[in-house]
Design a protein around this ligand. Sequence first.
Ligand code: SF4
Length: 384
Amino acid sequence: MAAASRTLAALARRPQALAPALRNARGHAVAVDPHPAAPVRTATEGAVRSDWTRDEVQKIFDAPLMETIYRAASVHRLNHDPSRIQLCTLMNIKTGGCTEDCKYCSQSSSYSTPTKASRLVDIEPVLKAAREAKANGSTRFCMGAAWRDLAGRKSGFEKILTMVKEVRAMDMEVCTTLGMLSPDQARRLKEAGLSAYNHNLDTSREFYPEVITTRTYDERLTTIQAVREAGISVCSGGILGLGEKDEDRVGLIWEVSQMDEHPESFPVNTLVPIPGTPLEGNDPVSHQTVLRTIATARIVLPKTIIRLAAGRHTFNEAEQALAFMAGANAIFTGENMLTTPCSPWDEDKAMLGRWGLRGMRSFEDGESTDVPSQQPGKQPEATA
Ligand code: SF4
């Protein structure tokens, strides 16, 4: 016992003796490191910059995690109301049969998965789903179609334009994800009232060819450019757990940081492995990696909404709360994501209420959509 005490006392005097053993496998500095990477703070902390170097972003990502989260939370408070979380509901309006070969996707026709292809849904079920989402506190309604692009889909596109127009008339933000867009298609979506268009870069430029071969990184950037030029908000982020390394997570954030205007929304998805896809056996990404990615994105993209997207249902309540502390300020809520589970509205309302969080106002209508989850002063019981 006395010997153990002497050893601990000696280590306390020489903490550097502990450091090598306490560095984790990815080489991130840990809390007891006597010389943690100094946070790189600048006079422009919290301001939008398009001149981040990749090395700067990597340093933020590699800093001690608690320091990065604290810094991200500070930047978050300079640019956002930290009590607000945007609630979005996603509907798959055309499932499966996609000609792209994204290795994570159950909707690709390249793989044999449980997802069955279906036709574009009718307008009325979409409007019904949007009304239900609004009644439950969602301020953004997103519609996804499993297509490479809209080529040869004239009548389908007209139908979608009507959906956009009608949902927008409900005073909801409307988002779509329909594959590659031409400038003219982007313009028509804007005219119909589209608020945002989702087109993820997925990962770094270097790792991207390991995941998708039927569409190039630059084609994705071209669609994002068409969306931007049409005056539509850009929603573009990625997926963690594809087999990428930390450098690729950094590469993704760095890539969008170089845009003249940062995306208004940056979704952070975690892979939900789908049987039959090439990535069905991938190991889950750690919660700490998700937090590092969110916190780094918050610091580098200070005004962007950071969206905790697919895979959120795999995190317990405390893990989600840490993600909100790290700067995530949007979730998908409702019955389903495109093909994976989602946390239902009542659970999310109760969770947000327990942490003193509220639904974000719609960009356009400026009205509060407080989450009606609890009596004042009464804390619902945790379910996670
Ligand atoms: S992610 Fe989208 S583009 Fe890729 S295969 Fe799935 S539906 Fe098609």
